[in-house]
Design a protein around this ligand. Sequence first.
Ligand SMILES: [Cu+2]
Length: 288
Amino acid sequence: MKRARLGKLLGTLALALAGGALPAWGKSGWDELNMPRGVTNVSTRIYALHMMAFWVCVGIAAVVFGVMIWSLVFHRKSRGAVPDISLTHSTKVEIVWTIVPVLILVSMAIPAARLLVRINNNTDSQLSIRVTGFQWGWRYQYVGSNVSVISKLSESSTDASMMHSGISPTSVPHYLLSVDHPIVVPVGEKIRLLITSIDVIHSWWVPDLGVKRDAIPGFINQASFTIAPDKTGTYRGQCTELCGRGHAYMPIVVHAVSPAAFQAWLKQQSALDKEAAAGAPATAVTRS
Ligand SMILES: [Cu+2]
């Protein structure tokens, strides 16, 4: 009876898979459970390393659980199996199960260490941006120019986040992931971020760029990324350090544009900032 029920269940599952459940996998959003490949040289390498580690784990699990299940089924007591004591205190076995995991770990540690060195290589950048976290937003200063951008949660998200606003968050595009002033960066150029904070610890995280760095008051952390030349677009992230009441309300939006479009934007911003500085008291040189 039980066997018949199990057979029916397996049959239904096989039919579901054969009948198009697999094509629906992509649309279902389940594939989004995995980390994104990202758009930078480093982020794609991080993804490849993650997948390599994942398949090593799958292989280990298949071998370990395979042997376990095989032993439980074919060498169970009811079949008259007697315990094998030849493996207890066996020096040979001890050596094998020490060396094999060490080899696996070393083979994973070498590419991981290489990638860590690459991630932390912040030399030869073409553009530096000072990133300052504050409660609750980000300030970006383009080094070598007077351009400064203060980036806060967008008005549409702010309105919908208010208590009894009557606005459904699902009706707001990119709810809590959109800002008033996104930063603009050129594709194909190495960009170095100098990250700090003026109040508590924040963390600048944009998954598609493969960057996650803490913003610590009194310290300057560095991070860098190079967006692939064909990957212009908008990339979103969030503060990823629990930094207080407004922690969920300080997203990050990066517009990646062509170098020519970036230069044009920088020029325009510079002119706007100069205009603002000329027309406002000396302290208010940045837009908010
Ligand atoms: Cu924060």
